[in-house]
Design a protein around this ligand. Structure first.
Ligand SMILES: [Zn+2]
Length: 225
């Protein structure tokens, strides 16, 4: 019997709950997924512990091919040397799994976006974080250069803008562009409000985000009448 370290106790307890409940309910599904996956959707999300795509979209195993990184950023296509983790996942999802849609999901209170704003104020954070979040620099600089956006809205405006920047970078990958032009792939942006548990969807024409109506919203409205 392994003597689990104290730090691992919560994980092991969680694993045992998983085995007792969710795995027991989905045992056949896991068995059928043993030899392969055919997810229709790729999600690019932040690594933040509070914005878990599988939970937000109530997805079963095998449904979402997910990449999570700091601030849900997609780098532009780049053939130079380097270890391109997001690009490798994107290539696999689009050319091998042939996913039908890609959704880039940012979220409220994103530490990566806060780091991008800090870098603009000459306070770069981290050896690796600061250069990574520079991927959102264009979106950030557009917000900082817009006098109509008050400082109190900068964070959320850059969170929204960074989703648009990542969607734009997606189209710099030739295999993404050709799948999109064939009509085999759609791309969308989303943003999750952690405090309210609300999903906001991006209008591809305007770049504006609107809240997605949810069942409980309807119930609340009904109760008011
Ligand atoms: Zn984040």
């Amino acid at each position: 019997m392994i003597d689990f370290a104290d730090d691992a106790q919560d994980l092991i307890a969680g694993y045992r709950r998983f085995r007792a409940r969710r795995y027991r309910e989905a045992r056949d599904l896991f068995h059928n997924l043993r030899d392969g996956q055919q997810p229709a959707t790729m999600i690019i999300a932040c690594a933040d512990s509070r914005a878990d795509p599988a939970m937000i979209f109530d997805a079963a195993p095998g449904e979402l091919f997910t990449v999570r990184n700091v601030a849900a950023l997609v780098p532009p296509y780049d053939e130079s040397g380097g270890l391109h983790g997001v690009s490798a996942a994107l290539e696999f999802a689009v050319t091998r799994l042939q996913v039908k849609q890609i959704v880039v999901m940012g979220h409220g209170g994103c530490g990566g976006i806060a780091a991008s704003l800090a870098a603009a104020a000459d306070r770069p954070i981290g050896r690796f974080i600061a250069p990574w979040v520079e991927l959102a620099a264009d979106a950030r600089d557009a917000v900082l250069g817009d006098p109509s956006i008050p400082r109190s809205d900068w964070q959320e405006a850059v969170e929204h803008g960074a989703v648009g920047q990542s969607l734009k970078n997606l189209t710099s990958f030739p295999f993404v562009r050709s799948a999109y032009e064939r009509g085999d792939l759609s791309m969308d942006g989303a943003w999750f409000s952690i405090g309210k548990g609300e999903l906001h969807w991006r209008d591809p024409d305007t770049g504006a985000f609107s809240v997605v109506a949810a069942e409980d919203t309807q119930i609340d409205q009904d109760n008011k009448i």
